[in-house]
Design a protein around this ligand. Structure first.
Ligand code: ATP
Ligand code: MG
Ligand code: MG
Ligand code: MG
Length: 482
């Protein structure tokens, strides 16, 4: 089954269970001070769970564009090095708002994965919440008994609060969860160590695919839990991981979701995927980052120098550097991959086609601008590393890290990454001090910001329409062709 068929199978399955399919919310969050990017399918339903908004439909399902690069969920460092964490990924999900509860959620998860998709029972593990003394909660017997209808007792595992209890924040809706993990190891490996011992242990072949959350409590300000009047279900399944399992692969990157893009990168640089570990990591990182950047731009978040815009700029520059150092790219190339991405995901996410030109233009300009200073910056950093090694030091001074940032456009985390590749670290505190001093200097000079107007699409004969505000620091000038 290719990825398009798998996505459709999931949505069709929940339509058959009377769910309404809703669109993915934008990946870029504009009106929530607590969140820059959507990091889970439930984000767009937050107000329903909080009781601030009624549900239009009590059963919904979707595939949600997520980005985990900041805050509580930051998977950036894993990307490309492990086989199953991405920055941008799709989270498939189904929800009940005060409608069905544990029985249907568990039975349907089983029916979909086992009966419909054919994942063998002896490859699956379920976890249930073990309870917590602090909260006066017992083992989630109800969930456990539901799983025991499908799985033998040695594959229904008890999990702690960290893995099996979900909370939105310090207060508010929360509840136990139950996760499904799949063992993809070869038989000889499975004979050596039981999969149960590897669940939630960062083993790349015994991985979590689906999290079923049962929202049944409200955490009060004093920490106590009270029962919610209406109970909800909130589930999230990693689409790329599901594709890996169903396509019989051992890495998300070996599925068609990524292979079409990786094939394109390999063709552009003339290095085969699989040739060596370093170029493979670079190709995986670039394929991953391309998705994050493209979806962010399609959602209106351009690379910039602050907040969400800087997160996107950092991701893009990271990808450029991987291409430069490990794949010998000396000219802009990432923008050329947008076409392959659109061919792959454009049917499920129409914004990729609708905004293709804009995405390519923004990426190309951003790549070219960084490439202008990248080689000089890398040379300087190499010298700094060489000198530090000669002096038997393992830390690069904050002042130097700041020069790389200020003069050569190296985001802190990029310098950290390169330092780490060389067995070094950077003086983050020293960097922060330099940064604070520079801010003071520019504040006292009362510098005027001139670059916060971004002209997106200007056609030859145009009529001025007005300004769109995307975020505090980016405004778009709109024109209509006349
Ligand atoms: P993990 O323990 O593997 O980091 P998680 O417990 O942080 O996953 P959840 O918050 O429960 O993940 O999200 C629901 C599902 O989304 C997971 O079961 C997984 O399949 C998928 N998922 C989570 N993070 C990522 C990621 N960075 N890339 C791809 N899929 C992910
Ligand atoms: Mg995680
Ligand atoms: Mg987990
Ligand atoms: Mg989880």
């Amino acid at each position: 089954m290719n990825s398009k068929a798998i996505r459709k199978a999931f949505l069709d399955f929940f339509i058959s269970k009377q769910h309404t399919i809703v669109d993915s919310a934008p990946m870029v969050v504009k009106n929530d001070p607590t969140l820059m990017f959507t990091n889970a399918g439930m984000n767009q339903f937050k107000d329903i769970f909080l009781g601030n908004e009624p549900a239009k439909s009590t059963r919904v399902a979707d595939t949600q564009k997520c980005l985990r690069v900041s805050g509580k969920h930051n998977d950036l460092e894993e990307v490309g090095h492990d086989t199953y964490h991405h920055t941008m990924f799709e989270m498939l999900g189904n929800w009940s708002f005060g409608d069905y509860f544990k029985t249907e959620a568990i039975d349907w998860a089983w029916e979909f994965l086992h009966d419909k998709m054919g994942i063998p029972a002896d490859r699956m593990y379920a976890t249930v919440f073990e309870g917590s003394k602090d909260d006066k909660l017992d083992l989630d017997e109800e969930a456990k008994n539901l799983w025991l209808k499908h799985l033998p007792a040695d594959r229904v595992l008890h999990g702690n609060k960290k893995d099996n209890f979900w909370e939105m924040g310090d207060t508010g809706p929360c509840g136990p969860c139950s996760e499904i993990h799949v063992d993809l190891r070869d038989d000889d490996q499975r004979a050596l160590i039981p999969g149960a011992e590897l669940v939630n242990k960062d083993n790349p072949l015994v991985i979590e695919i689906w999290n079923l959350v049962f929202i049944q409590f409200n955490r009060k300000a004093d920490g106590r839990l009270e029962d919610l009047p209406a109970k909800h279900v909130d589930t999230g399944m990693g689409f790329e991981r599901l594709c890996m399992v169903l396509q019989g692969k051992k890495s998300n990157y070996d599925t068609d979701v990524f292979q079409t893009i990786i094939g394109e990168i390999a063709a552009l640089c003339g290095i085969q995927y699989g040739d060596n570990e370093k170029s493979d990591i670079a190709m995986r990182v670039i394929a991953d980052h391309l998705r994050a950047i493209s979806f962010a731009i399609a959602d209106g978040q351009l690379p910039s120098n602050n907040k969400a815009g800087y997160v996107i700029r950092r991701i893009l520059r990271r990808a450029v550097r991987y291409g430069y150092t490990f794949l010998n790219f000396r000219e802009a190339f990432i923008y050329k991959l947008v076409e392959a991405l659109k061919n792959n995901m454009g049917d499920a996410f129409a914004e990729l086609g609708a905004q293709q030109q804009l995405i390519e233009k923004v990426i190309k300009e951003e790549e070219e601008s960084f490439l202008r200073t990248l080689s000089t910056g890398i040379k300087l950093l190499d010298e700094l590393i060489g000198k530090a090694k000669a002096d038997q030091k393992t830390v690069i001074a904050g002042k130097d890290v700041f020069t790389l940032y200020d003069t050569y456009g190296f985001p802190l985390d990029l310098t950290q990454l390169i330092a780490r590749e060389n067995g070094m670290s950077v003086d983050e505190k020293g960097f922060d001090i330099e940064m604070a001093e520079q801010k003071n200097r520019s504040r006292s000079a009362a510098q005027q910001e001139t670059d916060d107007w971004v002209e997106l699409m200007r056609v030859d004969a145009t009529e001025f329409l007005g300004y769109d505000r995307l975020q505090a620091d980016v405004r778009i000038v709109r024109y209509r062709k006349v």
